[in-house]
Design a protein around this ligand. Structure first.
Ligand SMILES: Cc1cc2nc3c(=O)[nH]c(=O)nc-3n(C[C@H](O)[C@H](O)[C@H](O)COP(=O)(O)OP(=O)(O)OC[C@H]3O[C@@H](n4cnc5c(N)ncnc54)[C@H](O)[C@@H]3O)c2cc1C
Length: 253
């Protein structure tokens, strides 16, 4: 029966994908611009990469542009060009359609080999010794329903927090290790240039096995927010991907 064939195809394929990604080189938490960009460059370099995204859609804060006007602006076109996005130049800024921006990042990350698990959220980390070893995952629907249902676990050599403003994975760590970030998790007041530079310069490893990119970097280092400009998200995602790729030999042993 065709109805059963369709159901079987979905169930078998999803199970194959999930089982294949129970162990990863990199798990990225959050499929916003930073996470998708990192996923693309990590997969392109041959690292086994999965993204866990709480929402139904990938793209994070891209879709709404600024105040719901769905246009995205960057100061640099190098990474968007790699993703073959259509741009317009105005003064020193590059302008994009948010729908194309969000879908191009997701399309290329997936094509490069990144597995995306949407409607799944990371609710905790696995930390037994002195290094993060994976994440604890549950279905968003279960969390939204407030249901008392246990999660399952996904192993990873490296975890990347690209959860945006709340910096959720870092928060899971600092709840148990409050001295890790003495200033807590909070970004500072708006300053485009300082924020854009800071989010790229500070993107990196903050604890063995845990990296941050995107707005999460601002929250972790109390850097200025930079308003509706997205270049720093892409650049910090690419930067951490390159840092992780350089370390691949050490974490594979
Ligand atoms: C209130 C608000 C204020 C903003 N202010 C600024 C600003 O000052 N400066 C600025 O540049 N941009 C701002 N933005 C725009 C935009 O959010 C960001 O610039 C950009 O989207 C951040 O990119 P990102 O990749 O770091 O994270 P996001 O685009 O936020 O993507 C993070 C993704 O992680 C997912 N996620 C979070 N936690 C989990 C979890 N535990 N498990 C699984 N998935 C998870 C989220 O669902 C989301 O899709 C703001 C957005 C909002 C909503």
């Amino acid at each position: 029966m065709i109805e059963i064939d369709i159901s079987r195809a979905i169930l078998e394929e999803y199970q194959r994908k999930l089982l294949d990604h129970l162990e990863n080189d990199v798990v990225i938490v959050g499929a916003g611009p930073a996470g998708l960009t990192a996923g693309y460059y990590l997969s392109k370099a041959g690292l086994k990469t999965a993204i866990i995204e709480r929402k139904l859609s990938t793209g994070g804060g891209i879709w709404g542009g600024a105040a719901g006007y769905n246009i995205v602006v960057t100061q640099d076109s190098e990474i968007p060009d790699e993703f073959e996005m259509t741009s317009k130049k105005q003064k020193d800024l590059y302008i994009y359609d948010a729908v194309e921006f969000a879908t191009a990042l997701a399309f290329k990350a997936k094509k490069a080999g990144t597995a995306v698990f949407n409607l799944m959220e990371v609710e905790d980390i696995i930390l037994k010794t002195d290094r993060i070893e994976g994440v604890v995952v549950n279905s968003t629907a279960i969390a939204m329903g407030g249901l008392h249902v246990d999660p399952f676990c996904i192993a990873s050599k490296v975890v990347l927090d690209t959860t945006g403003h709340p910096s959720e994975v870092v928060g899971m760590l600092t709840r148990r290790k409050p001295d890790l970030l003495p200033k807590g998790i909070q970004e500072s007041f708006m300053d485009v240039n300082a924020g854009e530079a800071g989010v790229v310069n500070n993107a990196g490893e903050i604890f063995p096995g845990l990296y941050v990119a995107g707005m999460s970097v601002c929250a972790v280092y109390n850097l200025p927010r930079m308003g509706p400009i997205f270049g720093g998200m892409l650049k910090s995602g690419k930067k951490v991907a390159e840092m992780i790729v350089k370390k691949r030999k050490s974490f594979r042993k």
